[in-house]
Design a protein around this ligand. Structure first.
Ligand SMILES: *Cc1c(COP(=O)(O)O)cnc(C)c1O
Length: 258
């Protein structure tokens, strides 16, 4: 990507988020950048950690189970060498489609699951989390245009699912996650993001999501600025930070469908 380094791309994404916040009059609000590692090499992830970045996201379970422990090990090593401002731990976000039989492996490593899209998946998270001291925090993934090629729950069913999750003790619903349809036109994404924000606010006002229903995760490399303008407080950005060339390790064929 234009000979830029990971660091330059990262700093440019941070700047673009800040600019979008300013345009939307949201300067005082926090927008978390989740760096999506699916096309990242380990040394690029290390580079971000050295810049103080802590939020990472992954959509494929196999890659997640590999890279999350590597990052932990790296942080531990840095700390034991007494090196500077190393964060305690990375915060991992799972953002991909999740199969129920994979939940048990995932939970101990993850801070926020963005992709809950069925009652059965929520129930599995609930039952796997029974031994843990704190509830698993999740977002409900909405499929805003009811697109058959996308995961997520239909807008009309979202509120009911959230009410059901609210009755579960070991799982806490924190908000919504959405993706815009693939398009080169960010303005098409805007219509979708505005709709999701409406639904988000509606649920907040109704009280269905409880007191901590306050996270809106939307926006990727192509459309994160529009998402910030539409009220997202988490954006999930991969390619714009890591580029799309260093894919050798991340896209080994056996991992493609995970
Ligand atoms: C891959 C992925 C992203 C990041 O996509 P980029 O276009 O590389 O920024 C964000 N969210 C989800 C759910 C993803 O699968």
């Amino acid at each position: 990507m234009d000979g830029e380094t990971t660091r330059q791309r990262y700093e440019s994404v941070c700047q673009r988020i800040a600019d979008a916040k300013a345009r939307a009059g949201r300067t005082n609000e926090t927008v978390h950048l989740v760096a999506v590692t699916k096309y990242a090499a380990m040394d690029q992830v290390r580079e971000l950690i050295e810049l103080g970045h802590v939020d990472f996201g992954e959509s494929r379970l196999q890659h997640f189970l590999k890279i999350a422990p590597q990052v932990d090990e790296y942080l531990q090593r840095r700390r034991s060498l007494g090196e500077g401002d190393v964060p305690e731990a990375a915060r991992w976000h799972f953002i991909g489609h999740l199969q129920r039989n994979k939940v048990r492996k995932l939970l101990p490593l993850v801070r926020l699951v963005h992709s809950v899209d069925s009652l059965r998946l929520a129930e599995e998270i609930q039952s796997c989390g029974e031994d843990s001291d704190s509830p698993t925090e999740v977002l409900v993934q909405i499929n805003p245009t009811d697109n058959r090629n996308q995961h997520g729950i239909a807008p009309a069913a979202v509120k009911h699912l959230i009410e059901q999750i609210e009755t579960m003790i070991t799982i806490r619903v924190r908000g919504l996650m959405a993706m815009a349809p693939k398009t080169d036109d960010p303005e098409e994404a805007r219509i979708v993001f505005e709709r999701v924000r409406e639904i988000f606010l509606e649920i907040q006002r109704s009280g269905a999501g409880g007191e901590r229903f306050d996270i809106l995760s939307m926006g990727m490399s192509n459309d994160f600025e529009v998402a910030v303008e539409c009220g997202a407080n988490i954006v999930r950005v991969g390619t714009a930070i890591f580029g799309d060339t260093e894919v050798a390790e991340a896209t080994a064929p056996e991992q493609a469908g995970a």
